[in-house]
Ligand binder design. Structure first.
Ligand code: EPU
Length: 417
């Protein structure tokens, strides 16, 4: 198993380029099930979760070719309608194949994903939506079995904002009969990227990016060529890397408008952010101000940036309160951050972080993807040596992170344990 060894205390500087978005690529790959054709995607990040999605698609009968960050998917040969536990348990987003398989074949059998380190993460709203569209759904032996001769358009009002649920029903509705209206839909930029792909395939979708999406089903969808949007969470992580080390970093291939909530909070913390000619320059402050955050669905502060922002607040001048409102167990980085000397207390979904003068390097363990990133950030800002183990979590979602950080002057190496 690999671990990262970081000798902290270096101010990061220079240029870094953000990769394509993991959370946009996963549903987009799955959406090709709907269109039996050859598709091409560029700016695809080289990640473990992308590999898992490729394996799921291959298991269904798709042919996939990769060349650097370009991936070609031929979905004409798909002849199976089952996603097994072995794959779904390693990446819960695989469950999104259910709706597209059901649309294409009238039946699908997909393993239930089960719990996750950051929360229970049920898929009840995905299933409720598919049932409203006429699917006959049953659960047996840990699998969801769904049948529908033809999915029918429906009006679906989500109880809570769900990114995966919105993506799932958007795909299912694209070739359903009649009109589907998704109300209280999630508005994340990844949903807009997925809608753009479906529209290029020939789908009729209006309102993606707002809380009401209207989809008029079409009888068939065709091939698509698409460049994936940049990964906003990777970009945000580099912004905090610059901020926490008091560095000066220029970030390329990012869409700053996707990170408004983070930008406002970083500015309140004293970080300077300059957006010029599509390059975002981030300068860390001498003194970090304490700032409160509450995670919310987009355009609120992203839960996927909470752990990294907490690392920054560990070194703030004063106390901040960080409230996690999306997942019920997303504070596992707290006890690891305390191993660096951070002063954090939690009560329910709120963590009070009292800034300390310095963090000191420590051996720590990654518990989930974004938690791993927060430990690296703390390590970069610490004196002495930090060892982050269990970094397989990190490899799910950050492309070449240690190489990118080393390119900015960080002393960081991947070694085998
Ligand atoms: N929820 C339900 N029922 C459902 C669906 C969701 O109760 O049927 C709950 C969840 O348990 C959670 C909340 O609704 O408490 C929001 O979950 P959502 O469905 O929005 O999350 P997701 O689609 O499973 C995606 C990202 C996550 C990101 C969340 C929130 C992908 C592959 N994953 O998950 O990304 O945290 O949206 O923005 O897009 C990550 O990249 O590290 C990551 C965890």
């Amino acid at each position: 198993m690999d671990k990262l060894v970081i000798h902290g205390g270096k101010k990061l500087s220079g240029d870094v380029t953000v990769s394509g978005s993991k959370n946009a690529s996963l549903p987009v790959f799955v959406s090709t099930i709907l269109a039996p054709a050859e598709h091409e995607f560029s700016n695809v990040p080289f990640l473990r979760d992308i590999n898992t999605t490729i394996k799921v698609m291959e298991q269904l009968g798709a042919t996939i070719q990769g060349n650097g960050n370009v991936v070609r998917i031929d979905t004409r040969g798909i002849d199976k309608h089952e996603a097994t536990y072995e794959l779904v348990k390693t990446m819960r987003a695989s469950v999104l194949v259910l709706g597209p398989l059901l649309s294409r074949f009238g039946k699908a059998r997909v393993s239930l994903p089960g719990g996750c380190a950051i929360g229970a993460r049920p898929i009840n709203l995905h299933l409720k939506g598919l049932a409203a569209m006429g699917a006959d759904i049953s659960l047996s032996h840990g699998y969801v079995e769904a049948k529908a001769k033809k999915l029918q358009g429906a009006r679906i009002n989500f109880d809570i904002s769900t990114v995966g649920g919105t993506e799932h029903l958007l795909m299912a509705a694209a070739t359903a009969k009649g009109e589907t209206i998704l109300e209280n839909a999630a508005r994340e930029p990844e949903i807009v990227d997925l809608a753009n792909v479906l529209i290029k395939m020939g789908a009729r979708i209006e309102g993606a990016g707002t809380d009401t999406i209207r989809i008029t089903g079409v009888s068939e969808l065709g091939p698509v060529t698409h460049r994936m949007m940049p990964d906003r969470i990777e970009a945000g992580t580099f912004m905090i890397a610059a901020a926490i080390t008091g560095g000066d970093v220029k970030i390329h291939n990012m869409q700053l408008e996707h990170l408004d909530a983070l930008v406002f909070k970083l500015q309140d913390a004293g970080v300077e952010i300059i957006n010029k000619d599509n390059v975002v320059r981030v300068k860390g402050p001498k003194k970090i101000n304490a700032v409160n955050i509450k995670t919310r669905p987009y355009p609120g502060f992203p839960t996927d940036m909470q752990a990294q922002f907490m690392a920054l607040m560990c070194l703030a001048d004063g106390a901040s309160v960080i409230s996690e409102n999306i997942f019920e167990n997303r504070f596992m980085h707290v006890s690891e951050l305390m191993r660096f000397g951070a002063d954090i207390t939690t009560e329910g979904n709120a963590a009070t972080v009292k800034g300390v003068k310095k963090l000191s390097g420590a051996p720590v363990m990654a518990t989930d993807l974004r938690a791993s990133a927060s430990l690296i950030l703390a390590g970069l800002a610490s004196d002495n040596t930090t060892e982050v183990s269990r970094i397989y979590h990190l490899d799910r979602g950050y492309e070449f992170i240690e190489k990118k950080l080393a390119g900015l002057g960080a002393d960081i190496k991947r070694v085998q344990e």
